[in-house]
Design a protein around this ligand. Structure first.
Ligand SMILES: [Zn+2]
Length: 279
């Protein structure tokens, strides 16, 4: 395990440690994942490679509505499915909040409505028509770019210990790697089920209120809606893609999906904690 630990020192590495009664040498850079027996114990090692600060000259104190023509206050009127905390090790619940409407104001439907970035941040992941998110964008905002006042208003949760996903998830721990900066935390926002492929590119810096796409119904969706999802995790994360286990998904997509949704490495919280803050 020492050799493996060395190899993985600059990357995220999830490795089985079935024969070890305990994983020692745990440092502040090592997240130990233990599951109740009889599941195997494995650990995640994380780099402290510093990520450069984002280009935000002043601390952000503004939250923007993610939907064109709707104020933050109006969002509560168009929630069609609220956030529901999943059970530990499982991929159930509802990981975000859904917004949709028919016949509202002068519009017949939310279909095609502009989606706007809620915070300043950087595009770190673009998902192209994969189950369940469909066309989706993940934007990262480093917590140290937010004003203390805003952080307090959002009531950002403590990150819970990582968990070993239920064995039913078809993935292989340690199979792929990911660069992360564990010296900083970021807020990650998913905008999912977009009508068209992303209008932005990975590494683009986006401003609060900037248009990033249009509401659609791609992925696991039967009617046009915006699925808006928020997580706290180590800075610097980026996924090539991610997808649930299907005949079409690749091993890499399934791995990313499980790391993102089931391990707690990216701590889920109710997006309305962010969207209830006055803009
Ligand atoms: Zn949803």
């Amino acid at each position: 395990m020492k050799k493996l630990g060395f190899i993985c020192s600059a990357i995220l590495c999830v490795a089985f440690a079935c024969s070890s009664p305990a994983v020692d040498g745990t440092s502040e850079n090592t997240v130990e994942i233990r599951s109740s027996t009889p599941r195997p114990t494995f650990r995640v090692e994380l780099s402290t490679t510093p990520t450069p600060p984002m280009e935000t000259p002043t601390l952000q104190s503004l939250v923007c509505s993610p939907l064109g023509g709707e104020t933050l206050q109006e969002l509560t009127e168009i929630i069609t499915q609220p956030f529901k905390t999943p059970r530990a090790t499982q991929d159930d619940g509802h990981h975000g909040v859904d917004f949709a409407f028919y016949r509202r104001k002068e519009l017949m439907s939310i279909d095609g409505l502009p989606i706007l970035s809620t915070l300043d941040g950087k595009v770190v992941t673009i998902i192209s028509d994969k189950y369940p998110y469909g066309n989706a964008i993940i934007i990262e905002t480093q917590l140290d770019s937010l004003s203390p006042d805003l952080i307090e208003k959002i009531r950002i949760p403590e990150v819970q210990p990582t968990v070993a996903p239920d064995p039913k998830f078809n993935w292989t721990p340690g199979e792929f790697s990911m660069k992360l900066d564990t010296s900083k935390k970021s807020l990650y926002i998913v905008y999912a089920h977009l009508k068209y492929p992303a209008e932005v590119s990975v590494n683009d810096f986006i401003k609060c209120g900037q248009r990033i796409g249009q509401v659609g119904s791609t992925g696991d969706s039967t009617n046009p809606h915006l699925h808006f999802e928020t997580r706290i995790g180590p800075s610097g994360a980026s996924f090539d893609s991610m997808a649930y286990y299907t005949a079409q998904s690749t091993a890499s997509e399934r791995y990313n999906y499980v790391i993102w949704r089931v391990t707690n490495l990216f701590q889920l919280f109710d997006p309305m904690q962010l969207l209830s803050v006055d803009g």
